[in-house]
Design a binder for this molecule. Sequence first.
Ligand code: ZN
Length: 91
Amino acid sequence: MKLDKLNKEIRMHCPTCGGTDFSVVEHEEEKLVTCSQCERQMTRSELYEENSELLTETQNEIAKEAQKQLEAELKKMLRNAFKGNKNIKFK
Ligand SMILES: [Zn+2]
């Protein structure tokens, strides 16, 4: 099973301006991200929280794609298993 194409980057959006470009600064406890467009500064978890809907959506997408690939793989396995048997035909 190949899931390479599922390795897509999740694009975070700035809650203020919707920008997707951030610079990350090491902080004592948590990494701070700064939007390069409006210069809003927040912690990484804040940014995740603001984008939680987007993250869930992406997760669902990945799960759906994985299932699709699994089904295709299974079909191929079945087809191979019955190869040479003329009584069973697959479309
Ligand atoms: Zn911004």
